[in-house]
Ligand binder design. Sequence first.
Ligand code: FES
Length: 66
Amino acid sequence: MYVCICKQVKERDIIDAAERGAAHMREVRECTGLGSQCGKCARYAKSVFREAQLKAQQSAGLFTAA
Ligand code: FES
């Protein structure tokens, strides 16, 4: 599913970036151009990134829920 229509960035692109170790949303924006036009995608893109980042950290054993 497209998250950013303007730059044609899909959810999968954001998840891949998180799985490859992107530490900040800024890195995803720099690589994809996400959010650089109308900006309407920014909030949802950030939530997708945070969720993917958390899952990546959990699967790597870097974070465990209490
Ligand atoms: S939808 Fe992402 S910049 Fe417009």
